[in-house]
Design a protein around this ligand. Structure first.
Ligand code: PEP
Ligand code: MG
Length: 888
């Protein structure tokens, strides 16, 4: 095994072995670009070291051989007294990692060779400044000396001399400072600064290996889900100096604008300086364009090189370069980071330039970037007071007056006010208030709390679980760290960062949403450039994707929006959302019914309302499938809160005026009260124990479909049974449903072609999918409940309670309620797909949990062979894009 590669031996595709930096240095070297010679020690060597605590035995000899070659080539030896070869030692993992050691420059300088450098450079100050930098960087990153000690000594030196900037220290001052720095090292590290250049290099290499496992690096890897066993490469590169006078300098550049994607000259240059001066902002840089007048030859060469790089990498590159006495050197390049908007623009620009094809363009953007482009943004929040921070539950930016109950939210919004609904947590009762509000803010609950899920569904901004806020709904106010925010005070909330501000932050709408809504066209003028790019990328995605994309929607308005956004049907209509508001009383009657007659009356009242809902929905989705799910939630959700009602009844009783209805209600509430309602009387179980409930819903669907047919519409309803655990449950419900459908068909004289399927959202359903498919014409994976039941995590509680700790400990990098847990929940989905299709080859398969709109999960669903994903209307473009990316 070979552990060291000369820059001439590697290439850009060897990132696993050489790290990002090393692979790209090699690539540039082989392109014939001016890269200072050097070599890369592989990640494999690092792995051996990390596993065994020892460097591989061959490493020393290999490094020696490469160092010999480098010295021969440069015509001088590392640290040679009269003309020292100096090198930098830099870390470079496959993924760039801010938690890791970066660079030690000027290795090879010592008390002896500093004189040689002085003679060669003809500049004593430069030589001592370089030595001072070496001891400082080496001391801090290799020997672990507290960096502040050096900074303080440097400050003291400047103060003693009465100057404010480093450059005003002369050679004599720097010589003294080197002495001080050496003392600091000796004292703080317990050893002398090593004078042997090879020892310097070897220690630096080892320090880079060790930096892989610092706490910061480990934490970063867990958060970014970078595997812990990749290791880092080490780059040893001959030094070039940008601080050798006015004809030297250093800079960074982009091959095109990382903010807009426009071609042009973008970057910064700093004359007579070394790389870290630019980063440290010690002196002001000038725009790169000015290099043309400073050093025309180097400038022209740089422009030429940037063009070469872009054509070669077929992408925006960023670079670091140094000019040493008029000679240009490339120190680094990589495919550059860019804003979300630029990603879309650049991808289409590169297609136009013939550098990449459409399939490749799809890989250059992602759903997270598209989502980012779809939110309205705060313009300038820096000037507004930050009140607190919660979980960024549903992105966007919203401003409005604080209100603390749904009633006020509705009332105020009707009179034209913008309001932010602030609650401790929300429940289905708050739905109207949430619709009326600009945004929702809660002090409790996580990313799958009611507030979060519903807000995301509506595309409404939401921050939840902002625990610093003490919400007092009774007194209509909240307190934050002693500060009181009253009803009517203006607050601004950012659902992308979770930040909550007091007062108004200006908001700009998203042109991309204006485009999806059909309010803006993909024209060619400057403002629409982004929209034009998005338009083209979406067309590529739609052309190649195999997965269809449906919406979770339960009213015509959402359905119509979903269609505009490209939905190919509804994958989940939650009928419980149709039983809220004024209709709740009817549901209450149904629940309280003592006799068959009472129950039938209640159902008869509900039937025409349900039917009207479905007619609207089928009309909005005419020609496309609409999956209607029969009632799912536990019934107590339709009844008053047990504590509130108990108090009310107790008070009334003490006044001796308790009313009959309240007493009955309380009895029912007690009867229906469950310790674990999510595992209780809900889903198909309701249909099996409440006679006539599912039949009424099926009848409403069938009659609505018949009516749409008579009106020459094309309704394509699919009836879905929730929370099935065994095929027997489904068989019973199906028998009843088939009968109702047959009755409606007979009565209306129409063939309805309704299909009946089930949700797969319990482990048992997934495990017996082969049996369940006997009775189901389609499956829709309910990955919210499936995640809840597979992990045993309460979807309503865990994100606010212990998920933060889990994320911090790296147990998972992202909540399994957000991104599908491929190994656990995902493997159940995979096997259920196979078992279901084995029973019924034409079984239609979809997913309608929150994961249906999550980028990473969409790729998984593509891979396991689902037919469609269903998600909230606002996430449809993201799902379309990711489905395209998965297939391209
Ligand atoms: C699910 O469980 O994934 C699902 C879509 O149903 P609900 O979220 O309504 O329980
Ligand atoms: Mg469910």
């Amino acid at each position: 095994e070979k552990f060291v590669y000369d820059f001439t031996e590697g290439n850009k595709d060897l990132k696993d072995l050489l790290g990002g930096k090393g692979a790209n240095l090699a690539e540039m070297t082989n392109l014939g670009l001016p890269v200072p010679p050097g070599f890369t020690i592989t990640t494999e060597a690092c792995k051996v070291y990390l596993d065994s605590g020892e460097e591989p035995t061959e490493l020393r000899a290999e490094v020696s051989a490469h160092l010999d070659a480098l010295e021969a080539r440069m015509g001088k030896k590392l640290g040679q007294a009269d003309d020292p070869l100096l090198v930098s030692v830099r870390s470079g993992a496959k993924f760039s990692m801010p938690g890791m050691m970066d660079t030690v420059l000027n290795i090879g300088l010592s008390d002896e060779s500093v004189a040689g450098l002085t003679a060669q450079a003809g500049d004593e100050r430069f030589a001592w400044d370089s030595y001072r930098r070496l001891i400082q960087m080496f001391g801090k990153t290799v020997l672990g000396v507290d960096g502040d000690l050096f900074e303080e000594a440097l400050e003291a030196a400047k103060e003693a001399k009465g100057v404010t900037v480093d450059v005003d220290l002369d050679a004599a001052d720097l010589k003294k400072l080197v002495g001080r720095f050496k003392e600091i090292v000796a004292r703080d590290a317990g050893r002398e600064f090593p004078q042997d250049p090879r020892e310097q290099m070897d220690l630096a290499i080892k320090a880079v290996f060790d930096s892989w496992n610092t706490d910061r690096a480990k934490l970063y890897r867990r958060q970014e889900r970078i595997p812990g066993d990749l290791g880092t490469a080490v780059n040893v590169c001959s030094m070039v100096f940008g601080n050798l006078g006015p004809d030297s300098g250093t800079g960074v550049a982009f091959t095109r604008d990382p903010a807009s994607g426009h071609q042009g000259v973008y970057g910064d240059y700093l004359q007579n300086a070394q790389g870290e001066d630019v980063v440290a902002g010690i002196r002001n840089t000038v725009p790169l364009a000015e290099l043309e007048s400073i050093d025309k030859k180097s400038y022209d060469q740089l422009m030429q090189i940037m063009e070469t790089l872009e054509t070669h990498y077929k992408d925006l590159c960023d670079i670091e370069f140094t000019i040493e006495r008029g000679q240009l050197w490339m120190l680094q390049t990589r495919v550059g980071k860019r804003t979300a908007g630029a990603a879309f623009r650049i991808a289409t620009q590169l297609v136009d330039q013939g550098l990449i094809d459409e399939a490749e363009a799809l890989q250059r953007v992602n759903g997270a970037q598209l989502a980012q482009l779809m939110f309205p943004r705060f313009d300038d929040e820096a000037t507004t007071e930050l009140l607190g921070r919660g979980i960024a539950a549903s992105p966007g930016a919203a401003v409005g007056k604080a209100v603390f109950d749904s009633y006020t939210a509705i009332k105020w919004s009707r009179s034209g006010e913008k309001v932010i609904l602030i609650r401790r947590e929300t429940n289905p009762d708050d739905l109207d208030g949430m619709i009326a509000a600009e945004a929702i803010l809660t002090s409790r609950g996580g990313k799958t709390s009611h507030a979060a899920v519903v807000a995301r569904g509506m595309g409404k901004t939401c921050v939840c679980g902002a625990e610093d806020l003490e919400v007092d709904t009774k007194r209509r106010r909240m307190t934050v760290g002693g500060r009181v925010i009253e009803e009517g005070d203006v607050v601004s909330i950012d659902g992308s960062t979770g930040k909550v501000y007091l007062g108004e932050v200006p908001v700009v709408p998203s042109p991309v949403v204006e485009y999806f809504e059909g309010r803006m066209h993909a024209g060619a003028d400057d403002a629409d450039e982004l929209v034009a790019a998005v338009h083209r990328i979406m067309a590529y995605a739609d052309r190649v994707r195999r997965l269809r994309v449906r919406a979770n929607a339960d009213n015509a308005e959402d359905a119509l929006r979903a269609r505009r956004f490209g939905a190919q049907g509804i994958g989940l209509c939650r009928t419980e959302h149709m039983f809220l508001g004024e209709r709740r009383e009817m549901v209450e009657k149904l629940i309280l019914a003592d006799t068959d007659a009472e129950r039938e009356t209640a159902l008869e009242e509900l039937l025409p309302l349900q039917k009207a809902d479905f007619i609207e929905l089928f009309e909005a989705m005419d020609g496309l499938p609409v999956t209607v799910r029969l009632l799912d939630p536990p019934l107590h959700e339709f009844l008053p809160d047990i504590t509130e009602l108990s108090v009310r009844v107790a008070l009334a009783e003490s006044r001796k005026d308790a009313n009959e209805n309240d007493l009955r209600l309380l009895q029912a509430v007690h009867k229906l009260h469950e310790q674990n309602p999510m595992l209780g009387l809900r889903g198909v179980r309701l249909g099996l124990v409440i006679p006539g409930l599912f039949a009424m819903q099926v009848r409403a669907i069938a009659e609505a479909a018949a009516e749409r047919k008579n009106a020459k519409g094309d309704p394509r309803a699919e009836i879905m049974i929730p929370l099935v655990g065994t095929v027997q449950e489904l068989e019973i419900v199906r028998e009843e449903a088939d009968q109702v459908i047959a009755e409606v068909e007979a009565a209306t004289g129409t063939r309805l072609k309704l299909t009946i399927g089930t949700m797969i959202e319990l482990p048992r359903a997934a495990l017996t999918a082969g049996q369940i498919a006997e009775a189901a014409q389609f499956f829709s994976f309910g990955t919210n409940d499936l995640t809840q039941t597979v992990w045993g995590f309460s979807r309503d509680d865990v994100e606010a309670s212990f998920f933060t700790a889990y994320l911090e400990k790296g147990i998972f990098g992202v909540s399994p309620f957000e991104t599908i847990d491929k190994d656990g929940v995902g493997s159940l989905v995979r096997s259920a797909v196979a078992a279901g299709r084995a029973t019924r080859p034409d079984l239609k398969l979809g997913v309608c949990g929150e994961h249906g709109g999550d980028p990473e999960s969409v790729h998984f669903f593509h891979e396991v062979g689902l037919d469609y994903v269903s998600c909230s209307p606002f996430r449809i473009p993201v799902a379309r894009l990711e489905a395209g990316r998965a297939a391209a």
